[in-house]
Design a protein. Structure first.
Length: 126
């Protein structure tokens, strides 16, 4: 029984570590080079120059959030033990996140993010 309690504690702690917010996701990109953004998000949907002459690039994404579906197994016999697995599963309506980043000297200096907070938070820098 102690093994099950320990497994559940580790499992719940891992799930809690996955929670983030849009501000945290946005802040993770501040100061990053343009190429790092493109390598994670792909080519921008549109590009322009702002009133200060800086390059601005916009990425638009649509998708569903994923929720983590836990499962725990208890095995009895010659190979007794406890196993836990977390599987992502798409859920809910289609959501949108639009991110416009301004670059100066090739690095992010200003950002505007619009859309569903929970979906936008998935664009945190890894």
């Amino acid at each position: 029984m102690r093994i099950i309690a320990l497994s559940m504690t580790v499992f719940l702690a891992a799930c809690a570590g996955l929670v983030t917010d849009m501000d945290g996701a946005r802040n993770s990109w501040q100061g990053m080079p343009y190429q790092d953004v493109v390598s994670q998000w792909g080519q921008p949907t549109s590009s322009a120059k702002d009133k200060n002459g800086r390059d601005t690039h916009t990425w638009v994404s649509e998708g569903q959030l994923s929720r983590l579906v836990p499962s725990i197994g208890i095995f009895v016999g010659s190979g007794s033990g406890v196993g836990a697995e977390v599987t992502p599963q798409a859920t809910g309506p289609l959501r949108r996140c639009e991110r416009t980043l301004a670059f100066q000297d090739g690095r992010v200096v200003e950002q505007t993010w619009q859309g569903d907070d929970n979906y936008c938070s998935t664009f945190v820098r890894h």
